[in-house]
Design a protein around this ligand. Structure first.
Ligand code: GLY
Length: 453
């Protein structure tokens, strides 16, 4: 059942994570893996994904299990498969074997949880059945009640250890192959769905899953577009935001935008190069100590300057940003934390993404910023600036009135063949700078064209 691929044995990595948690939080912690949710009958379930906090300390994607961490000891709670489960699902490792794999000191049946949970603190899982059980047996570390466990886990999961980085690198390598397959299949594909299938085939073929619902669309202006029915037409751009997740749950997240014909039009190329300039500027500036918010503002400034050079925006970049004019075309943040989840630890709201004492801005151009912390070595973040023409924003009469002096609407109309462009890479912060884990997938327009052709 091993899911580790690093040179470091899984149990040793997990022990080290648990030890570091124990140094910061001295009460017993109970973490639950969660259980699948049924569709229309109990044996037909939605795809199961173990809870990420459980995965971080227990390492294995177990269904319906829990671990108790207390006094440096780890107890695993899980039931052996029943004969009926073995009949339908095949044999599975027993409790003791699983406990040995994760380095647990004891292994008990789930029924024992009722006797072992009273003094424990936990973090809520997503599925409602397990959550109800958690609320009955353990105390949820809610921000309003008790932040200590959350803060300790955030601190640990924010800066990745060697095993985690090895896992993210594996996921990134498979995502790169998936994007190359997507580009190569585009000339012969008829629909978005066919390109998506070619990309996900690579991920599934490697025994991985998708870290989030793939976005493969000619309507790149719909930021999280999850429809795949449009046909592909020469002259359009295809935006693909697709990332693999390893067997142990570690994510990657890549976006590329390419011309369906294999060649960008001059207007597409102009805007592509503006987005790429913002992407490259952020990566050049990423290093420990730099505020992620400043990377976001650097992306905004680079985009605003590029759009002003093209005659779409009118004014000085800093003034344009001050008035959120750039956000008409770049309404989201420049990226997020990446780890066991694609938006890592967003189950904790902004407690991971925002440094203590910081809150989301209510400004249009900053409100979707998901990460507002100084960068630290061994963080992995995405850098993903974009340019979008969102009808709901650009045709809003109030916005058109507000920005009538700052946007040259006639000039913008000449760029009608661009709906959405995003360029996204996964960036590991090192001791002195950063390393782009997804750099093997080209971003330069000519190289992207060559991959499509
Ligand atoms: N890649 C999808 C997202 O970042 O939301």
């Amino acid at each position: 059942m091993s899911v580790s691929t690093s040179a470091i044995p899984l149990a040793e990595t997990l022990r080290s994570r648990r030890q570091r948690l124990a140094e910061q939080f001295d009460r017993p912690v109970l973490l639950w893996s969660g259980q699948p949710s049924a569709r229309n009958f109990p044996a037909n379930v939605y795809p199961f994904r173990a809870n990420s906090h459980f995965l971080y300390f227990a390492g294995l994607p177990l269904m319906n299990a829990a671990v108790r961490l207390a006094d440096g000891q780890l107890t695993l709670f899980m039931d052996e498969a029943t004969p009926a489960e073995a009949l339908w699902h095949g044999p599975s490792p027993g409790r003791e074997a699983v406990a040995a794999e994760m380095g647990a000191d004891r292994a008990l049946p789930l029924a024992e949880l009722a006797n072992q949970a009273a003094d424990t603190v936990t973090l809520g899982v997503q599925d409602s059945a397990t959550r109800a059980q958690q609320q009955r047996l353990s105390r949820l570390a809610e921000p309003s009640a008790d932040l200590t466990l959350i803060q300790a886990i955030v601190q640990l999961r924010m800066q990745h250890d060697a095993d985690a980085i090895a896992q993210i690198r594996r996921a990134a390598a498979v995502s790169i192959a998936a994007h190359k397959a997507g580009m190569a299949t585009t000339p012969s594909a008829r629909t978005e769905a066919e390109v998506r299938a070619a990309m996900e085939q690579v991920i599934l073929g490697q025994g991985m899953t998708c870290a989030y619902s793939s976005i493969v669309t000619v309507h790149g202006e719909v930021l999280h577009n999850e429809h795949y029915h449009h046909s592909l037409a020469a002259g359009e751009l295809l935006l693909a935001d697709v990332g693999a997740e390893t067997e142990a749950g570690w994510a990657s997240d890549i976006t590329r935008t390419w011309p369906i014909s294999g060649q960008f039009s001059s207007t597409q190329r102009d805007l592509y190069d503006v987005v790429l300039a913002a992407h490259d500027a952020c990566i050049a500036a990423a290093k420990p100590g730099v505020e992620y918010r400043d990377l976001h503002l650097l992306a905004c400034r680079t985009l605003a300057a590029g759009l002003a050079d093209l005659g779409i925006l009118q004014g000085q970049p800093d003034d344009l940003i001050e008035q959120d004019a750039h956000a008409l075309f770049f309404p989201h943040g420049v990226g997020h934390l990446l780890g066991l989840d694609v938006h890592d630890m967003e189950d904790l709201g902004d407690l991971a993404g925002y440094a203590p004492g910081r809150r989301r801005s209510d400004r249009f151009g900053l409100g979707f910023l998901r990460l507002d912390r100084p960068l630290l070595p061994h963080m992995v973040v995405t850098i993903e600036p974009g340019f979008y023409q969102v009808p709901g924003l650009l045709n809003d009469p109030q916005r058109r009135d507000r920005y009538r002096q700052l946007v040259n609407w006639e000039r913008l109309a000449q760029f009608a063949d661009v709906r959405g462009i995003r360029i996204e890479d996964d960036v590991l912060i090192t001791e002195t700078g950063c390393k782009v884990l997804t750099a093997a997938l080209p971003t330069a327009a000519e190289q992207v064209e060559a991959l499509v052709n």
